[in-house]
Design a protein around this ligand. Structure first.
Ligand code: C5P
Length: 248
């Protein structure tokens, strides 16, 4: 497990390690949340809903308000197509984006190579490049039905290792998978986890949750929190309470 000092060196303050999922219906709602929270958290996650609704303008608007963006579009396509989409995400200036590791080693390798090339040539900031291993919505039966007979936990580690081999920076994973991934992929590999709930919080539809404090202690680098912050009557207070819990 990394010491607190090592984690601060890797990411700066705890606040920078909190990512707020902007799972809202309109750009106006997203903008209002970013206005309130830009100074409180490290990043805002734009997923398929907001991006399909508002497009790159959502990214630009968050950046104009001083927020950093995790573009959570989970690209999965032929290598050339994913690499080109990744280049566009890089040009948008997002701090983090992701692909599906099951898209192949070649797909991830080409993405890393092309993003690095464009960053060098155009003097752009290199985003943190992540892969999703096995969606936490999938159970053993779902995997079996798509032809994967391996245990979910083994498949997660296998895909995390493939992600590392491709030169990507890390993975999105369940907090309960962190120990195995750390052991297999090492301390420098970045692990981002959703499924986080304050100890006294509503679980919503998340099944196997973990508190911010336990996630950080377990070696998670960034935590993603949506509803406990965006649906709170006071989102700033909710975000501050989570950061305080991470610091304990
Ligand atoms: O509201 P909540 O904190 O559950 O939001 C978590 C965010 O993380 C949502 O955007 C959700 O889509 C995403 N996510 C997740 N579980 C995964 C992958 C992503 O909850 N396995």
């Amino acid at each position: 497990m990394a010491s607190k000092l090592e984690l601060v060196r890797k990411h700066g303050s705890m606040r920078e390690r909190l990512i707020v999922a902007l799972d809202v219906d309109t750009l106006e709602q997203a903008t209002e949340l970013v206005r309130q929270l830009a100074g409180e958290v490290g990043m805002f996650k734009i997923g398929k809903q907001l991006f399909t609704h508002a497009g790159p303008q959502a990214v630009r608007q968050i950046q104009e308000l001083g927020g950093e963006v995790f573009l959570d579009l989970k690209f999965h396509d032929i290598p050339n197509t994913v690499a080109k989409a990744a280049i566009e995400a890089t040009r948008l200036g997002v701090k983090m984006f992701n692909v599906h590791a099951s898209g192949s080693l070649e797909m991830m390798r080409m993405t890393v190579k092309e993003v690095k090339r464009v960053c060098r040539q155009q003097k752009l900031r290199k985003p943190i490049m992540l892969a999703v291993t096995v969606l936490t919505s999938l159970n053993q039966d779902d995997l079996s039905r798509v032809g994967v007979e391996r245990k979910v936990a083994d498949q997660v580690v296998r895909l995390a290792l493939l992600t590392k081999e491709a030169g990507m920076d890390g993975v999105v994973a369940s907090p309960h998978e962190v120990a195995d991934i750390r052991e297999a992929c090492g301390r420098r590999f970045i692990i981002v986890t959703p499924g986080i709930r304050p100890a006294d919080g509503n679980r919503n539809d998340q099944q196997r949750v973990m508190t911010p404090q336990d996630a950080v202690r377990g070696g998670v680098d960034y935590i993603v929190v949506g509803r406990p912050i965006i649906e709170a009557s006071d989102p700033v207070a909710a975000a501050r309470a989570i950061v305080a819990d991470m610091r304990l």
